[in-house]
Ligand binder design. Structure first.
Ligand SMILES: [Zn+2]
Ligand SMILES: [Zn+2]
Length: 524
């Protein structure tokens, strides 16, 4: 991106009919029309994108290189000079065109996008530094004390109102804009995973911590370190625009997205319970996830169900034990469990209308017996269920319960179904109207060709608890290095999980543009 400042100095007695433009720009340009309205100077250039600032400088964009804008009345040395005299008639025409046919609105949009993009470029090195620091010091769910302190300190330095210890370790920041308007929430999750890092990065984690009673290695193996750093950057960008902000931004730094430790509450569900969407009441919420399998610079999204709702499952089958050589004396819970597992395969294939939505029923663990010649007393099974609507969830849950209980009963055994067992996330549904309305913001952040509609995923996200209460939009940004094959890159939650930090800029622009554009569209 190429950003250049042009210095405009009045040449005649009236600045309204004559202008001298000094430029550091190596490309030819001409001022075709200009207009001074209130404090703003609007100009139409023959090349590049129009942006405008005050009477002394404008920003000119093209696509080659970047120079940060300089605002000064002094004529810089070694510059080419162009003179453009504008007649009263040209000015009149410009006023007419600008005020009647809408270019002013276009100019304003281009302006906020450019301001955001310039600020994003400026804050990007800091975002990378924060991310590396957080990556080197990962913390498990509900234990994100250091991360939370880092976030709180940064928000306070931006004069954002901060509340800490929300839902255990969460941090909430409130940025009140200079003008009234809606409350827009932005969410980043902060927790890491019990994974041993094997990336070999200079800032790789060496951290160990207690996980469910055992010492475990800890790694940011899902990219939540990126989310925290990006949202800290967005806070800096939007605080820089505070005066012109038409509403309030609520920054939600959430603990324990991957689940709270055993016996503890946490995550988005607890944040909602503690009232994070109230005072001030949130109108909409936006969030993102970096994706190690999506090329940097790209965004993927989906209106409606984007991630599945999840309910985990525990089934206990109680039979009657006997000697393995005399099975007629037993009610064999292993045989019953095998029948149950097979019958559960029909829930998705025979009960769910798969032309509407997909669904998954998986039994991932089974335990029963300890010797080949003993028929055991009971079997325990663990599983997971994924669906994409509340109706589908009810249907699938009901069928699992009925099939399991009745199959056991037919064999003279008893089956106890715990569904959901411990984890229960609703489907992560993007509000369709909001998604459609905000699509242009995503497109201008990443380029239209880089914003891609994708099928739903059977993974899950506790962002769903926010999006259940207020309209939400959640999307992916790319973290896969350009040219690298997504099939051979390490997946999330694995020791070699890797994120290309050049993808952060897309996140900085997207979240900031969403806020500004939503506020512009929903004035109060
Ligand atoms: Zn994850
Ligand atoms: Zn994640």
């Amino acid at each position: 991106m190429f950003i250049e400042t042009l210095h405009i100095v009045p040449a005649g007695p009236s600045r309204k009919n004559s202008t001298v433009v000094y430029s550091t720009c190596k490309y030819p340009f001409h001022v075709r029309s200009y207009l001074i309205m209130e404090q703003a100077l609007w100009m139409t250039l023959s090349k590049g994108t129009l942006c405008a600032y005050d009477r002394n400088s404008i920003i000119f964009r093209s696509n080659d290189r970047a120079i940060l804008p300089v605002t000064t009345n002094e004529r810089p040395k070694n510059l080419t000079m162009r003179t453009c005299k504008l007649s009263h008639i040209t000015l009149f025409l410009a006023v007419f065109l600008i005020t009647t046919s809408g270019p002013l609105a276009l100019a304003q949009k281009a302006d906020s996008k450019t301001t955001i993009s310039t600020a994003a470029n400026k804050v990007e090195p800091k975002v990378i530094t924060w991310r590396r620091d957080i990556h080197e010091h990962p913390e498990l769910g509900n234990r994100e004390l250091r991360t939370a302190a880092l976030v709180a300190k940064h928000l306070q330095s931006l004069r954002i109102e901060v509340t800490t210890n929300v839902a255990v370790t969460g941090v909430v920041g409130i940025l009140k804009g200079g003008q009234p308007g809606p409350v827009v929430a932005l969410r980043a999750d902060m927790d890491a995973l019990p994974v041993l890092e094997k990336t070999g990065l200079p800032f790789a984690s060496k951290v160990k911590a207690e996980y469910n009673g055992q010492e475990s290695n800890v790694m940011h193996a899902c990219g939540h370190d990126s989310h925290v750093a990006i949202l800290m950057g967005v806070a800096e960008i939007l605080s820089g625009m505070k005066k012109d902000l038409k509403g309030t931004v609520k920054f939600i730094f959430q603990p324990a997205e991957e689940g709270a430790p055993k016996g503890e509450d946490g995550g988005a569900e607890l944040m909602v319970k503690e009232g994070v969407l109230e005072n001030p009441k949130v109108d909409v919420i936006f969030g993102l996830h970096i994706n190690a399998q999506l090329e940097v610079g790209k965004i993927t999204y989906r209106p409606g169900g984007m991630f599945a709702g999840v309910g985990d499952l525990k089934i206990t089958v109680k039979g009657r034990p006997s000697h393995g050589a005399e099975p007629w004396s037993s009610v064999d819970p292993i045989v019953v469990s095998a029948q149950i597992i097979n019958s559960l395969q029909t829930v998705v294939s025979r009960n769910l209308n798969i032309t509407n939505n997909a669904g998954v029923v998986t039994i991932g663990a089974i335990h029963g017996g300890n010797r080949g010649n003993i028929i055991s007393e009971q079997v325990e099974m663990l599983g997971t269920v994924r669906t994409f609507s509340n109706e589908d969830e009810k249907l699938v849950f009901d069928r699992i319960r009925l099939i399991t209980e009745k199959t056991a009963e037919a064999a003279g055994a008893v089956a106890i179904v715990e569904l959901p067992y411990s984890t229960h996330y609703p489907v992560t549904a993007n509000d369709v109207a909001l998604t459609n309305a905000m699509l242009p913001s995503l497109q201008k952040s990443a380029g239209k060709e880089n914003v891609i509609l994708v099928p739903a995923e059977t993974g899950s996200e506790d962002f769903s608890f926010f999006a259940q209460k207020v309209p939400g939009l959640y999307f992916y940004i790319g973290g896969l290095p350009k040219g690298k094959d997504s099939k051979t890159s390490a997946s999330h939650h694995t020791p070699e999980f890797f994120i290309d930090e050049s993808g952060f800029r897309t996140g900085l622009n997207a979240l900031s543009n969403l806020v500004i554009d939503y506020m512009a569209m929903n004035k109060k």
